[in-house]
Design a protein around this ligand. Sequence first.
Ligand SMILES: C[C@](O)(C(=O)O)[C@H](CC(=O)O)C(=O)O
Length: 320
Amino acid sequence: MAMTGAKRLRELMSKEDHIVVAPGVYDGLSGRIALAAGAEVLYMVRPAHLTIPPFLSKIPILTTATQTGAGTNMSRLGTADLGIATLNDMLSNASTITSLSPSTPVICDADTGYGGPIMVARTVRQYALAGVAALHIEDQVQEKRCGHLVGKQCVSREVYYARLRAAVKTRDEMGSQMMIIARTDARADMGFEEAVERLKGAVECGVDALFLEALQSKEECEKAVKIFAPTPVLLNMVPGGKTPQMGVKQAKEIGFKLYINPTLGLEAVVRPLEKAYKMLVEQGTDECEPIGPKALFDICGLNDAMAFDESVGGAAFSSK
Ligand SMILES: C[C@](O)(C(=O)O)[C@H](CC(=O)O)C(=O)O
């Protein structure tokens, strides 16, 4: 099985003096836009039958983003990040995103794994088959919520480790290179020390990287990176969340190997979209600066799809 995205992500993660930056994407359009913006890593990939659209051909192909759970809940289901998206919702969204550019590593939220060890195994298998480069599994209860909300509850260490062992064992049995990232949400209600102990145990379970959710200060960030070295540590930068805001440069200086900003794409669209819809509803007009339908579809590979059709003898889009 080709695991190009996973292999690339491993290469990137092992580069010295390098931090992988993965902007959060939540559907095909946000994925396309992140790719065009030249992000280093996305949560996504491209179908083999499509060549690179001209507007993308000048940007580095090796881009990475993260498929955000919050984004899938909000964008696909119109629900809050309360663990409402199921494996099938996440998987279908992940497949959409990974299909955009197969050489691009896509990192996906796998929440709690969606059940006991047998279900975690199923999740891991399905994500790997969908071309996901890395996923993270956490220790929240099934009725989970966004890691930056209050009132989180965690399962016992034993239950958590069974999830992680199931993930690692399944991945290994498949011969997949997909990375397994252990996330703990214990910091909020159990404290920093418990979160650290949980992740130490996670390393024993054979995971590849660590995600201490909602770190509360710069000092905690520094401590975490130091304690777990050489295991790579991810920083989850949520604008307005529990972790002090820091850019990629500072995160890299601290020693994080992976920087995700899951809600960036959501934050960027909500207010402008709200404004545009309101204007039409309330004033019967719009103030957008149109780029027109053709340019809109070009963002999603219009030219490329038409060229493909013609190259195999299709006549529907031929200009002749
Ligand atoms: C990383 C995360 O799990 C996600 O859904 O992308 C969320 C992000 C968010 O809701 O702010 C998280 O729990 O941190």
